[in-house]
Write a protein that binds this ligand. Structure first.
Ligand code: URA
Length: 213
């Protein structure tokens, strides 16, 4: 099975109640051969509209952060723990996250075999690590996922967007250092891989609203 076949299967998924409140599942975007995979929480409103993970305000900030460590979205791969937007952008609970991730995220990772995973925020950390881990305490520390992948967590861009002033600056530096560490490990394990194109990708040129109106 390759990622394209998995994407076709995902399009048809109706295995849990979250599906009925979303336009459609949102899969992954990026290079399937990337040694580094970024795992967010789940699609928000803009992602549901456009069918692309991390394309809304969080994604725009992520793109800037990636650019600061010479990575572009087309050269890495971004995905989420859950594929359907929960109603009112509610945070998915651990049971919903596990149910969806067992069906999709785990199979994606099995196909991609990334050298490094970056968990963006608490939901991804709880799923890829364990529910006792805390993003404020455990970010920036390497751990091994149940599937055997090296993983490091950092703050979710939505969290950075909620902070102000000195707190925001400090948290952005933390993310910068976490991304540097993740890239350094991926570079060591996949020598010669190009992590950046010459220009940032404009995802809004590549993706269009799934429902007009
Ligand atoms: N937040 C996420 O974690 N993922 C998305 O795709 C969008 C917002």
């Amino acid at each position: 099975m390759d990622l394209d076949a998995l994407a076709k299967e995902l399009d048809q998924c109706e295995q849990c109640p979250l599906r009925k409140d979303a336009i459609a599942p949102v899969g992954w975007y990026g290079n399937p051969h990337s040694p580094i995979v970024f795992v967010g929480e789940g699609p928000g409103g803009v992602e549901d509209d456009f069918g692309c993970p991390l394309i809304g305000p969080s994604g725009q900030l992520l793109d800037k952060a990636l650019w600061s460590v010479q990575m572009t979205r087309d050269r890495v791969l971004t995905t989420n723990v859950i594929k359907c937007r929960p109603k009112n952008n509610r945070t998915p609970d651990i049971a919903e996250a596990s149910f969806c991730a067992k069906l999709w995220l785990e199979r994606e990772l099995e196909i991609i075999q990334p050298k490094v995973i970056v968990a963006l925020g608490g939901v991804a950390l709880h799923y890829l690590g364990n529910p006792d881990m805390r993003i404020t305490r455990d970010r920036g520390q390497w751990f091994r996922t149940e599937q055997g992948f090296d993983c490091i967590a950092t703050y979710h861009p939505a969290y950075l967007l909620r902070l102000y002033g000195k707190q925001q600056v400090a948290a952005k530096w933390d993310v910068f250092h976490d991304l540097q560490a993740a890239k350094a490990r991926a570079e060591m394990l996949a020598p010669g891989y190009q992590f950046a194109s010459e220009e940032k990708v404009d995802l809004f040129k590549l993706f269009h609203r799934r429902i007009q109106g």
